[in-house]
Write a protein that binds this ligand. Structure first.
Ligand code: ADP
Length: 422
């Protein structure tokens, strides 16, 4: 196998979502945290797709461009024939960028670039260039009130045009109803007219397959996981072959940690309480520096010998507000993430080989603390949440599941551990 698809994701959870989609749709996928150093690059050998996770969605445009260019150079050097710049399926960005500036920097001279955030599976569709979120125009959806990037215009041709000095055009569905060839012809014509970004409609998976096929013969595209699905289906060598990926590996010391206070995670913790020992942390003690991490690790050391455990800082809204009122929202959040990350590292030091983490920021803090630089993707545990195996110098072989708060069904913790056992 050789690398075919190189992806650059503008944030970490978007990267995992894309990596999961690529693996599910037939490409053996590795997700890296940042651009890999030389030692890790040599262990990417078996990957057909690599997703480099960056955090550039809301940074100044010049910084986003520099980082995206470095990632693209790495991926091309590894042999990727196509680069996908992975953006949010709600086109999160401001008039200052960063979708337009990165598009301009990575586009190949004289070639038009397919741009589509469509991901019908999660209700994101693009029709006549307008983005709908669960059937509601973007500017009437909850995204109009996004704290960082409020979206007030559903017409993506206009939105993208405000972010770039090059010309933007539309490829609507009518144009490619006759198939991929018609789309390719239109893209070549638009490129000849000096157009660079082409907002491309997609309302279902058939559209994504047509677009993915057209994109796969081009050097660069911009999109969300939906375009990833189309590219993966166009690029997979054999539609029936099973993808080489991480697998469950039998009984092992297992632990779950939860820092998400979402309603879904609170229900999942309650369900876990019926089947494994659960330690609920004192969040104020975690923030004030009392020896709460040590208490958690002592609990785990004793209880893990008999089976999996769960350690949670998660609490309902009233308790969360009380801690935030006392210590400040950001300070409390960061201190608790830091404590949970120390617990994750302590658990792995105790010999844990199956680790489940609930909470997006909590997961990021744990992965950073563990120093893991890349994951090989494995089977999906719940929609959007894959099992992954750490690769590289630190903690190779550790199986992890990282989920953002609202993901997964009620029995998520048990489900994740079952997939890890295989
Ligand atoms: P989600 O994916 O649900 O958003 P995150 O881990 O991204 O979960 O965010 C949860 C935030 O809440 C983190 O900053 C975490 O440290 C913080 N947190 C966790 N437990 C508590 C608590 N008991 N009180 C206040 N904040 C908490």
């Amino acid at each position: 196998m050789t690398l075919r698809l190189g992806c650059i994701a503008d944030d970490y959870t978007g990267a995992s979502d894309l990596a999961n989609t690529l693996q599910k749709n037939g490409l053996a996928t590795v997700q890296t945290i940042g651009v890999p150093g030389p030692s890790l690059a040599s262990s990417l050998g078996a990957a057909e797709a690599v997703v480099v996770s960056l955090k550039i969605r809301s940074v100044p445009a010049a910084e986003a461009v520099d980082k995206a260019q470095a990632a693209a150079a790495f991926l091309r050097q590894q042999g990727a024939s196509h680069i996908l710049y992975k953006i949010c399926s709600t086109f999160d960005s401001t008039d200052a960028g960063n979708i337009g500036p990165v598009l301009d920097a990575l586009a190949v001279e004289g070639r038009a670039v397919i741009v589509t955030p469509a991901f019908p599976e999660t209700g994101r569709t693009v029709y006549h260039g307008h983005l709908f979120v669960n059937g509601v125009p973007l500017n009437e959806s909850p995204l109009k009130d996004h704290p960082l990037n409020p979206m007030h215009d559903a017409n993506l041709v206009r939105v993208l045009q405000r972010q770039t000095t090059s010309r933007v055009a539309l490829a609507n569905r009518d144009l490619f109803r006759k198939g991929c060839g018609a789309l390719e012809t239109a893209l070549a014509r638009l490129a000849g007219e000096g157009v660079r970004g082409v907002i491309t409609d997609a309302i279902d998976e058939t559209d994504l397959e047509i677009i993915g096929k057209a994109a796969s013969s081009m050097p660069f595209s911009v999109g969300a996981s939906g375009l990833g699905l189309g590219l993966a289906r166009a690029m997979r060598a054999d539609a029936r072959a099973t993808v080489d990926g991480a697998k469950g590996n039998g009984e092992a010391l297992s632990a779950c940690i939860a820092g998400s206070c979402s309603a879904a995670t609170l229900r999942q913790i309650a369900a876990a309480e019926t089947i494994m020992p659960v330690l609920r942390l004192d969040s104020a003690a975690l923030v004030s520096g009392a020896p709460e991490v040590e208490r958690a690790l002592a609990f785990a050391r004793e209880a893990m010998a008999r089976g999996p455990v769960l350690i949670a800082s998660s609490q309902g809204p009233e308790m969360v507000q009380a801690v935030q009122a006392q210590y400040g929202r950001d300070a409390a959040g960061q201190a608790i993430e830091h404590g949970m990350a120390r617990i994750a590292a302590g658990l792995v030091d105790l010999g844990v080989r199956h680790l489940v983490v609930a909470g997006g920021e909590t997961s990021g803090a744990a992965v950073d603390r563990l120093g893991i630089k890349a994951f090989r993707l494995g089977p999906e545990i719940a929609a959007g949440v894959p099992m992954m195996e750490a690769i590289g110098a630190r903690h190779a072989g550790l199986l992890v599941a990282l989920k953002s708060g609202n993901f997964g069904g009620e029995t998520f913790f048990a489900d994740a551990l079952a997939v890890m056992r295989g």
